[in-house]
Design a binder for this molecule. Structure first.
Ligand code: SF4
Length: 305
């Protein structure tokens, strides 16, 4: 497919670029296909074949000022397998970094290692995050059927950290029975991979998502997502504090200077001091308000990547 423009404003930074439409990773909890109402989204990935000249033209037009934060990508994993063939993400980050922009990458794929040369050359303007919900096993295979293994993500994280890049782990959406069961084992692995930041995100059950998850798990998906989220958040907070890791919005230091948002840490502390709600409180107004405050990052990657 051809695109007429490729830079979009984003709440995940200043701007985003999505080199592909669709995602091969096919995560059962991904709500992008539900948002886009695109039945082909998971079946056929469309490649923006003219991404590079389009991006170059838009950058020349000063759509974004030097130093703007670009998040890759908001609606797909920028390093899904097809990137190995088309190199559009590599071309995009190369153009963005050469133009003086900051780049935040979030992925589930170790393919990002391929671009360590470009990333390292501009390491002061790069952050790379990996989404990890739990360890490898039955849940990962059911919920992220085509995504790379968690162990490969952690290895990639480690290599990037060793290369001096700022890495972060994105734990989300917290999945009951998986994330909360594995978190004690997962956190030391993330620490040993050298991450500077961890953030945690909760599940947002958009219409149709529960059915999609139930189908992937082969059973009911009426799970207590909020309680699991609070349990995980508490453990991550304690662990991060003991290990000198920042628990925050992964992009807070780089977020658009014009954006105003509730300090993630303040929101987090407020949330953690509140009593944990039971499953029956899931739909209460106070629970909704509290969890909204805690949402500092809505990644299409927990969402992509
Ligand atoms: S959650 Fe991210 S990696 Fe998974 S299918 Fe959606 S966009 Fe792709």
């Amino acid at each position: 497919m051809r695109c007429s423009n490729c830079i979009s404003k984003s709440s995940l930074g200043d701007f985003t670029v999505n080199p592909y439409v669709g995602c091969e990773h096919q995560c059962a909890y991904c709500y992008v296909p539900l948002l886009t109402h695109n039945g082909d989204w998971e079946k056929q990935v469309k490649v923006k074949v003219n991404l590079q000249p389009t991006l170059a033209r838009e950058l020349l037009g000063h759509k974004a000022k030097t130093g703007s934060v670009f998040f890759l990508s908001s609606l797909t994993d920028p390093y899904q397998p097809i990137e190995g063939k088309y190199n559009l993400t590599r071309a995009a980050i190369s153009s963005l970094l050469s133009s003086g922009m900051k780049v935040v990458i979030q992925t589930k794929s170790p393919l990002v290692i391929r671009d360590i040369d470009i990333l390292s050359a501009h390491r002061e303007r790069v952050q790379v995050g990996f989404t990890v919900l739990g360890l490898d096993g039955a849940y990962r295979e059911s919920l992220e059927p085509s995504a790379p293994s968690v162990s490969s993500r952690i290895n990639a994280m480690s290599k990037l950290s060793d290369a001096g890049l700022h890495t972060f782990a994105f734990i989300g959406p917290v999945f009951p029975g998986w994330t909360d069961a594995d978190i004690d084992e997962l956190l030391p692995q993330i620490r040993d991979a050298g991450v500077k930041e961890i953030s945690v995100d909760r599940m947002r059950l958009r219409p149709g998502l529960q059915e999609k998850i139930a189908s992937a798990l082969g059973g009911p998906a009426d799970l207590d997502y909020d309680s699991a989220y609070i349990r995980v958040l508490k453990k991550v907070r304690e662990f991060a504090s003991k290990n000198g890791i920042i628990l925050t919005h992964p992009f807070s230091s780089w977020r658009s200077s014009t954006a105003s948002f509730v300090s993630p840490l303040r929101a987090l502390l407020a949330a953690l001091s509140a009593p944990v709600k039971s499953a029956s409180s899931h739909s209460s107004g106070s629970a909704r308000t509290r969890t909204r405050l805690m949402v500092s990052h809505v990644s299409s990657h927990f969402l992509s990547g």
